[in-house]
Ligand binder design. Structure first.
Ligand SMILES: [Zn+2]
Length: 134
């Protein structure tokens, strides 16, 4: 939906649907499938999912997968990250937050949901890492 400034607003519903859909493509060895949808000022939704490797140190987390695709699309102004995973209190890990701070910054919205119809919990990146070096 265009706003007066011409910036397309993206709803958390649209992000959530995209994240849960991307989660279906997760490639996991462990039990946790993660789908992530990210968006910036233009409102385009870019998705990612976790991709686990038998050499676990090669695992790619869903957030990094989505942010890498976001950057590959030519975008840099990350505003929102929606994380879909069937685990309570599942928030991005420290390494993923490093990327969220790097591409989005401390005011990046981080939305998490542990079931398709569950409550969406909203944080800012700075809430999750309040003492992050600036
Ligand atoms: Zn992570």
């Amino acid at each position: 939906m265009p706003t007066e400034s011409g910036v397309r607003a993206v709803t958390s519903d649209a992000l959530g649907q995209a994240a849960w859909s991307a989660r279906e493509n997760a490639r996991v060895i462990g039990p946790t499938k993660v789908g992530v949808a990210v968006a910036g000022a233009d409102g385009e939704i870019i998705t990612g999912c976790n991709m686990e490797h038998r050499y676990r140190s090669h695992d790619v987390h869903g957030e990094v997968s989505a942010i890498a695709a976001y950057v590959a699309s030519g975008r840099r102004d990350l505003k929102t990250v929606f994380v879909a995973a069937e685990r309570d209190h599942f928030t991005p890990c420290g390494a993923c937050l490093d990327w969220i701070f790097e591409i989005g910054g401390p005011d990046t919205e981080v939305l998490v949901q542990s079931s398709r119809d569950g409550q969406v919990t909203r944080y800012l990146a700075a809430d999750l890492m309040p003492h992050y070096p600036r």
